[in-house]
Design a protein around this ligand. Structure first.
Ligand code: PEP
Ligand code: MN
Length: 622
């Protein structure tokens, strides 16, 4: 049952409810879901919904119809996130876990950890207790292996995941690792499930070789009912009649689970396929199907691996995969964030885990707001601003620690105003995030498409939804200032004949309805945002530099600068010219290079660049 509490419930009422439930021997879980204060209860008595409804402070009692209760969508409509150090599993960042099947030695684990970290993994995996089909196969390094995992975390900053095969290992797991894994063979080892239910570490629960989704969810329920809410479900392939792969990866489990449970979903394509070449295609498909995280086996010397060599990717293959995922993720509204660890280090350095403030242009629910949350996660206080200049002023004055500004759209090009402001102010780009711009037609909950007579939106939204609007028979669209300003406006009007174009997130925030989603003409509509701040603050590793330069107005001047990049083997990922204000037909160039321009190795290149350009300004290193 779910008790829906009064929004004005008093402390005393709550205490009374809690003590009554405890007297009744109920298992309880208090959450806030979609703005409502709820208590989920598993009643161990004969009391009915009507009995609980009589309690003061309870406004409604709902039943959970599925046999899984605390892990069900019925109980919690919002997605759960599991926090592992600074890494969040769930939400819109794809978390990549990688490492060997088993820890084989200190140098093996450390070498692979450094490689996978370089290529974007944010957690490291490695078995120390290996459940093997044959008693004669390598069984794992046991406690020695756990110590190596702890050393890997110490050295690389990667949280570590390892399998626990017996309750007797609980104390060691608590001591050495960040996440415990329940392997496929133990999915229904109920004593083990009860044991991890009492542990403080998050749990990866693998699906059994021949278990149904329902059985799997009931196993998750064991862990949560035991007191540990931090469960990640891991699909790793099920046994079917098909011999071409080691198992059959059930990717349809992703949308099925998304409907049945709020828990995050991890996909392990390595054990699912058992064959190296099959791992990357299935990993890409998993992200496209909505997985929250991936776990990939990687080995530096798979031919000599002590277990699962044939399914382990070489580090370079893993790097290629994460680059592909980086491109795929935004299509499903997610991102692979190669800055994730560095950023979370910076964030915790600054605020001891929490973030302070980021200024963005527009209103809550605007794409800039979405980008801010995507970059910083939920611990963010966002401050809406009326103009881009206001963002720069807020950062300069210290009112906001960060600013989030759009710099480039895949269909319409650069947002020059922000490049001009970057030149004018002494602020730095410290990071970037790309999100997909997916427009929705939003109206009142009671409205249908036929009711709509007027559509409000930001001018660029109109431009991007031209085909949709051409079919719209109502009045000419009305332009307004920012995307979710339109949603706010129609909400306030109460007029069901009005609709707005905006993000589905804006519809959520303003409690409105999406009448039609993805109405933009071209689905390849992405915007890249820069994160700006006064200083770099703890940014340790830089992979990219944005700069602006001008050359003399003489033949071959730009070529001379390009030659410098070429000489130092620097990859240029953006180059764009822009007229210099007040100097007709003279140009500035914006460039992004894949290097830290201030690194020691590039001191001579910097000197050459200064020599060949008239103006040279570093806009940011990130
Ligand atoms: C593993 O992750 O190394 C493992 C043994 O997985 P599974 O339990 O899925 O076979
Ligand atoms: Mn393995």
């Amino acid at each position: 049952m779910i008790l829906v509490l009064d929004s004005k419930i008093t402390k005393d009422q709550k205490t009374r409810i809690r003590s009554l439930l405890s007297d009744d021997g109920c298992i309880t879980r208090e959450i806030i879901d979609a703005g409502q204060n709820l208590i989920g209860i598993i009643a161990k008595n004969k009391k009915t919904a009507a009995d609980y409804k009589k309690m003061e402070g309870v406004v409604d009692v709902r039943s959970i119809k599925t046999s899984h209760k605390l892990v069900s969508r019925d109980f919690k409509s919002e997605d759960s996130m599991v926090k592992i150090g600074n890494v969040m599993v769930g939400g819109d960042r794809i978390v990549v876990i990688a490492g060997p099947c088993a820890v084989e030695s200190y140098s093996q684990a450390m070498t692979i950890a450094k490689e996978v970290k370089r290529y974007g993994a944010v957690l490291f995996r490695g078995g120390a207790y290996k459940p093997r089909s044959s008693p004669y196969s390598f069984q794992g390094m046991e406690e020695e292996g756990l110590k190596i995992l702890a050393a890997v975390r110490e050295e690389t900053g990667l949280g570590v995941v390892t399998e626990m095969t017996s309750p007797s290992q609980a104390a060691l797991m608590e001591k050495y690792v960040d996440v415990v894994q329940i392997g496929a063979r133990n999915m229904q080892n109920f004593e083990l499930l009860k044991c991890v239910g009492k542990m403080s570490k998050p749990v990866v629960l693998k699906r059994g070789l021949a278990s149904t989704i329902q059985e799997w969810l009931m196993s998750a329920e064991y862990i949560v009912a035991g007191g540990n809410d931090n469960v990640i479900l891991c699909e790793r392939g099920i046994r079917t009649f098909e011999p071409y792969t080691r198992n059959t990866l059930d990717l349809s489990a992703i949308p099925v689970l998304k409907q049945l449970t709020h828990l995050p979903i991890l996909i392990d394509p390595s054990h699912a396929t058992g064959i190296r070449e099959k791992v990357s295609p299935m990993a890409r498909a998993a992200v496209a199907a909505g997985a929250d995280a991936l776990m990939i086996e990687v080995h530096n010397d798979p031919d000599n691996a002590l277990s699962d060599g044939p399914q382990s990717l070489y580090p370079e293959q893993f790097g290629e995969l994460t680059r592909d995922l980086y491109v795929i993720a935004p299509v499903v509204g997610k991102q692979i964030d190669f800055d994730y660890l560095k950023k979370s280090e910076v964030i915790s350095l600054l605020n001891g885990g929490g973030i302070k403030t980021a200024a963005f242009m527009g209103e809550n629910g605007d794409y800039s707001h979405k980008a801010s949350l995507s970059y910083f996660g939920d611990d963010l206080t966002s401050i809406p601003m009326k103009s881009y200049r206001d963002i720069f002023n807020a950062c300069e004055s210290g009112r906001a620690e960060y600013g989030v500004i759009p710099v480039e759209n895949s269909l319409t090009g650069s947002i020059h105003e922000n490049f001009d402001l970057l030149q004018e102010y002494d602020l730095k780009i410290i990071g970037e995030v790309t999100i997909r711009i997916k427009h929705a037609l939003i109206a009142h909950k009671s409205a249908t498409k036929n009711d709509i007579k007027t559509i409000l939106a930001y001018p660029s939204a109109f431009a991007q939804c031209r085909n949709f609007l051409d079919q719209f028979a109502g009045e000419e669209p009305l332009a307004i200032k920012a995307t979710s300003g339109a949603v706010r406006q129609i909400k306030k009007s109460g007029d069901i004949t009005q609709a707005a174009i905006g993000s589905a997130m804006a519809a959520d925030i303003f409690e409105m309805k999406v009448i039609e989603d993805s109405i933009e003409d071209n689905p390849r509509n992405f915007t890249r945002f820069a994160i700006i701040a006064k200083e770099y603050k703890g940014n340790k590793k830089v992979g990219k530099t944005s700069l602006v330069f001008s050359t003399g107005n003489k033949p071959g001047a730009l070529f001379e600068v390009m030659k410098i990049f070429s000489r130092y083997h620097i990859n240029l990922v953006k180059l764009e010219s822009r007229p210099i204000l007040g100097k007709p037909w003279e140009y500035m160039f914006y460039a992004d290079i894949e290097a830290d321009i201030l690194s020691d190795a590039l001191v001579p290149m910097m000197a050459d660049l200064k020599d060949k350009s008239e103006v040279l300004k570093i806009l940011g290193r990130y």
